[in-house]
Write a new protein. Structure first.
Length: 637
């Protein structure tokens, strides 16, 4: 759970001094054996989306939290996100089943409360129906932590920044705040480890991060585009990347990273690197003198160190905490996505925990067998390709992810869980889910991609993504793991709830021209693509005009050389536009009144789609009564 009481007005020098005192105090605690050594515990944080009846983001997290007032629930960055914090429990026996039952119960509690505000709970790494217009500051949770993070990031990297991710499709947008991070939700696991074993276990966590992620990917869609199998990995890094051009030229790491090397001796190495490489971007009042607390025989909270550590997002992050008056260290694994179901999530956790327990005993010091660069490369390959990845492995081998998991890692995880005392029934339950999912090659991401492929080009892209999200929600409520889900498909009369909006019908595969282009080019584009309009965009990507069929009529009626003129000389500049969230009936009414057959769909002056009479006809022929109603109502007026 993040530290929310931060401020831009605290004394930064006092905070930096407290941070240096904390790292010195931690070193003393490690040297003098003041960190818990015997007990192993596990825990987890569940992030989730809230969606409305049309499967779009529902910004009601504050209302849900207030209605429940539950100590295990807290905010996340977006008003359509929530976080659940599970009870830490000793690792062994039926702890995994306890984790599953507690998580299912908390989600059911949130779901019941969310229904009062017209919302549902969705577990997904990214939300297929989220769009850039959902990512404004009006949807930022108004707490000091998030406001200060946004303020600091804008100060460090400027008023806007690009997000570029290339996958099956390509995403290239410019954004002006940190809200893209709210598109990512995860299932973050915690594994408490003794100080003496921290380095070897942490190195194992780094080495196995790739195959565990490959089996768990659940985030292939972002802002309408099919990207990486685990797009969260790329998106989160770009969302909070404050590096300047100088930092980039030097090759400095981003705040969201896999790390730069193995750990040699202790967790102190990672904490020191965070202080050395990453500037303080959040402060808070620190009343504790950690060294004085130690000298008095107490256990310091290390608040400054924990706050700074919370602003450096390694995919495997060391954490310091206190339970029952005893300090401890744990490894927080941040790469696993939310969903597809609670059972799938706990199975992913079981696979990871088993490998953390079994790998070091099987292979010894992984630093001697495996290069850090290969572990890092494997991780990003897993994020991009999921189970289609091929990994570098021991002995200079290149091994397909499926073969590596089934033949080597699952038996190793089974041994590790058995040695930890996990009951055999639960061991079979959770690792059985992983084995079946991998053998069938049906991760959450692959289910999404297969579903979209099966839908073909029916309806608009927005309608397909809404249907996909509705099927995801329905399937996860059955508690069946994702490899048993039927593919999402359109079924007449079962589309997600109204109101139907412009983005459900609009076309997004567009061709545009520049004002300096020849009018002849626009005419050819209209002919080649069989369209009656071509939008005109300036160098900044802003919509500034339209070339329409009526324009061409004027050209034909005028001089013969008019086609050799620039687009700017003939484009229409007085035309209506609508935002994507506009009700479809209102858009149809605008088209009827203005007697136009196309309506540009615009967000912040930039074109995101076009609504045409052809789109309306296509929707009415394939959409059933739910789609015909707004059209009939508008036409009737």
């Amino acid at each position: 759970m993040g530290h929310h009481e931060v401020s831009a007005h605290d004394d930064p020098q006092a905070f930096r001094l407290a941070l240096l005192n904390d790292i010195e105090a931690l070193k003393v605690m490690l040297d003098e054996g003041l960190i818990a050594d015997a007990t192993r515990r596990i825990g987890a944080e569940q992030e989730l989306f809230l969606v409305d009846s049309s499967m779009r983001p529902a910004p009601v997290a504050g209302e849900v939290l207030q209605s429940l007032n539950h100590p295990q629930l807290t905010t996340e960055m977006g008003k359509f996100n929530l976080e659940l914090n599970l009870t830490p429990r000793q690792f062994g026996g039926d702890c995994l089943r306890q984790m599953e039952n507690e998580l299912a119960g908390l989600i059911a509690t949130v779901r019941f409360a969310a229904h009062s505000f017209g919302a549902e709970v969705l577990l997904s790494g990214t939300l297929p129906t989220a769009h850039q217009h959902h990512l404004g500051l009006d949807n930022l949770t108004p707490l000091p932590r998030y406001l200060e993070l946004n303020r600091t990031m804008k100060k460090l990297r400027g008023p806007s920044y690009p997000i570029v991710i290339k996958g099956i499709d390509a995403l290239h947008i410019t954004h002006d705040n940190v809200m893209p991070e709210a598109c990512c939700t995860s299932f973050q696991t915690h594994f408490q480890v003794s100080p003496a074993l921290f380095a070897p276990v942490y190195n194992v966590a780094q080495m196995v991060a790739a195959p565990v992620l490959a089996a768990a990917v659940n985030s292939p869609l972002l802002l309408g585009q099919r990207l990486w199998h685990e797009t969260r990995i790329a998106l989160f890094q770009d969302s909070v990347d404050e590096r300047s051009e100088t930092n980039l030229v030097r090759g400095d790491p981003p705040r969201v990273s896999f790390g730069s090397c193995w750990v040699d001796e202790s967790a102190i190495e990672v904490f020191r690197e965070e202080i050395a490489r990453f500037r303080v971007i959040m402060t808070a009042p620190i009343e504790e003198d950690s060294l004085a607390v130690l000298a008095a025989g107490g256990i310091p909270e290390l608040k400054a160190l924990r706050l700074h550590n919370g602003t450096v997002w390694r995919w495997n992050r060391p954490c310091y905490g206190i339970i029952d008056g005893k300090a401890h260290l744990r490894i927080e694994a941040r790469a696993l996505p939310a969903g597809p179901t609670v059972l799938d999530e706990v199975a992913n956790a079981a696979f990871l925990f088993g490998l953390l327990c079994g790998t070091a005993g099987e292979y010894g010091d992984v630093r001697k067998l495996f290069s850090f660069e290969d572990a890092k490369s494997n991780f990003y390959l897993a994020a991009r390709y999921g189970l289609n990845a091929q990994f570098a492995w021991f002995g200079g081998r290149r091994v397909p992810a499926v073969k590596l998991i089934l033949n080597e890692l699952l038996p190793l995880a089974r041994t590790g869980l058995r040695q930890a005392g996990i009951c055999s029934e639960d061991l079979d339950r959770y690792l059985g889910v992983i084995e079946d999912r991998v053998r069938m090659e049906r991760t959450g991401s692959q289910w999404v991609l297969n579903s979209l492929s099966a839908m073909g080009s029916q309806r608009s892209r927005e309608a397909r993504h809404r249907c996909l999200t509705a099927a995801m929600l329905k399937n996860q409520q059955t508690c069946e793991p994702v490899h048993r889900w039927p593919l999402a498909a359109f079924v007449a009369g079962t589309e997600p709830g109204a109101p139907i909006t412009v983005e459900d019908c609009m076309s997004t595969e567009l061709v545009t021209v520049h004002p300096d282009d020849l009018l002849r080019l626009a005419a050819n584009l209209m002919n080649w693509r069989q369209i009656s309009h071509v939008p005109v965009e300036d160098d900044d990507g802003r919509l500034i005009g339209l070339i329409t069929f009526r324009t061409m009529i004027r050209v034909v009626a005028g001089q013969a050389k008019a086609a050799e003129q620039a687009v700017r000389d003939m484009m229409e500049v007085d035309f209506p536009t609508v935002p994507p969230e506009s009700p479809l009936a209102e858009a149809i009414e605008i088209m009827r009144k203005r007697r136009v057959d196309c309506l540009p769909v615009v967000v912040a002056g930039r074109l995101v789609g076009m609504l045409t009479s052809h789109d309306l006809l296509r929707a009415s022929l394939g959409g059933g009564e739910a789609w015909l109603a707004p059209m009939s109502a508008a036409i009737g007026r």
